[in-house]
Every structure is written in structure tokens, then in C-alpha cells.
Design a protein. Structure first.
Length: 94
């Protein structure tokens, strides 16, 4: 029960939501790692998830993966951005 309350409070405190859209291919997993490292280097907390359900992809209008979604907006699709590019996208969003 307390874990659920923590999740709700954490989501309310986070101003940044990040989704990786991808089924688990090598590029999708690479993007996942790059985002985690970018967040760590920036010392920023985020509500971060790797969505593997194809139905979620369509909600964002994504046809090619991997895709990077920040605060509900698709920032990259079909390739893995460099970590510095990911950091810049994050900085521009917060």
C-alpha cells in the first residue's frame, strides 16, 4: 500500500516524464541505457518507463522504433540519439 502512495507522490513531484517506445530490440535497449545515463549525468529524476506494448506506440503516432517521448511529445523516432542530444532535449523540456 505504501509503495502505491509513494508512486503517486513521486509522479506528482516529477515534472519530467520519459517513455522509450520499443519492443526490446538492440537499438531500443541502447536508447534505454542512454536515457538512464543522461538523467544520471544531469542529476535529474524522471518518471521513466520503457513501453514495449505496440498499442502504446500508436497512441503517440510512432511507426518506427526506438522512439523517445518526453512529456508526451515524440522527440526522436527510428534511431538512437547521442547522449549529448538526449541531454539537450531533456534540458529544453524542463
Amino acid at each position: 500500500m505504501w509503495a502505491l502512495k509513494f508512486d503517486i507522490v513521486f509522479q506528482e513531484l516529477c515534472v519530467l516524464t520519459i517513455r522509450i517506445l520499443g519492443t526490446g530490440c538492440a537499438n531500443c535497449d541502447q536508447l534505454h541505457k542512454e536515457v538512464i545515463n543522461a538523467l544520471a549525468e544531469l542529476n535529474i529524476a524522471a518518471d521513466f518507463r520503457h513501453e514495449r506494448n505496440v498499442a502504446e506506440f500508436y497512441k503517440y503516432g510512432v511507426a518506427s522504433t526506438p522512439a523517445l517521448v518526453i512529456n508526451g511529445e515524440v522527440k526522436a523516432a527510428g534511431s538512437v540519439p547521442l547522449r549529448n542530444e538526449i541531454k539537450e532535449l531533456i534540458k529544453l523540456t524542463i
